[in-house]
Design a protein around this ligand. Structure first.
Ligand code: SF4
Ligand code: SF4
Length: 288
């Protein structure tokens, strides 16, 4: 089994489009949407409905009015401005679940219960099996949810005997990205040929090199800036990244996605052809 993670420096670079196309080309496979803060891969993969399981990643404090003596200690010690007075109460959205108020309350009037942080599910899709998760609005612990989802996706891949686990990661280099990196065989960074795209790529590339993970670059909409494309490829080559090619801007790709299909599902087209070529290069590299 090979674990392949698709990342990008920011949202909107085409990361999920590439992940969906790779899932089609790798079928039958297991595909997991690890972008739990803004999950959208299910839109083009249309997995079968499944019962969602709950994920409790942290705790929230709440004041029991019947025990509170209005001493004000919780208001003093909360560093997150989650406590308000008159009467004393805790704003659940602002509460970071640190527990400091609970330990400091002299009347033991603060409950500290597990809070629902998100939900997840695993179900069949037309390319194999799809694993997806969603954080609750304003919920924290996306890294823990990604780690849980990955564990389930790996188990599913092993049980199914699938050759590939395709992971659509979160944009950036935050906690959910770090959680998605564990155990991967390779990472494909999808980048656009702009100055900010190059800086985003370099940040991610540095992270992968620190973790000694094999990295590849795929440039999306390369024809919007040929000079920057060449600069980006030179930077990637210098950092030991494999080059998977250039995907052109393609209006047909937009139409395909709007029809909730994956790139290439409607037949050959410029962007679809470029991503298929990238997949062939990547697969050959992974088989070496
Ligand atoms: S610390 Fe406890 S007793 Fe004091 S105001 Fe807060 S909840 Fe009430
Ligand atoms: S648990 Fe922490 S963040 Fe939440 S209200 Fe208490 S002190 Fe504030």
């Amino acid at each position: 089994m090979k674990q392949l993670l698709i990342l990008s420096g920011k949202g909107g670079t085409g990361k999920t489009t590439v992940a969906g196309a790779f899932a089609r080309l790798a079928a039958p496979c297991v595909v997991a949407d690890c972008d739990v803060d803004a999950a959208d891969l299910h839109i083009i993969l249309s997995p079968e409905p499944a019962g969602r399981k709950e994920f409790y990643g942290g705790k929230k404090a709440s004041i029991d009015k019947t025990k509170c003596t209005s001493c004000g200690r919780c208001l003093e010690v909360c560093r997150f401005d989650a406590v308000s007075s008159g009467p004393f109460k805790i704003n659940e959205t602002s509460c970071e679940g640190c527990g400091v108020c609970v330990w400091n309350c002299p009347a033991a009037a603060i409950d500290f219960k597990k809070a629902l942080s998100g939900t997840w599910s695993v179900s069949p899709c037309r390319y194999g099996t799809f694993a997806g998760a969603r954080l609750e609005p304003a919920a924290e612990n996306s890294g823990k949810l990604v780690a849980l989802l990955k564990t389930e996706a790996v188990k599913t891949t092993e049980t199914a005997g699938a050759e590939f686990l395709i992971l659509d990661g979160s944009p950036g280099i935050g906690c959910p990205v770090l959680a998605s990196l564990g155990g991967v065989d390779a990472v494909v960074i999808v980048a656009e040929p702009t100055v900010s795209g190059r800086h985003d790529f370099l940040r991610l590339a540095e992270l992968l090199n620190q973790q000694k993970i094999q990295g590849f670059l795929l440039i999306n909409k390369w024809d919007l800036n040929k000079e920057e494309t060449e600069t980006l490829e030179a930077a990637a080559g210098g950092l030991g990244f494999g080059l998977l090619g250039r995907v052109p801007f393609d209006n047909l790709a937009v139409k395909t996605l709007l029809a909730r299909k994956t790139l290439g599902e409607d037949g050959p087209a410029p962007a679809a052809n470029a991503v298929e070529k990238a997949w062939k290069i990547l697969r050959a590299e992974l088989e070496k």
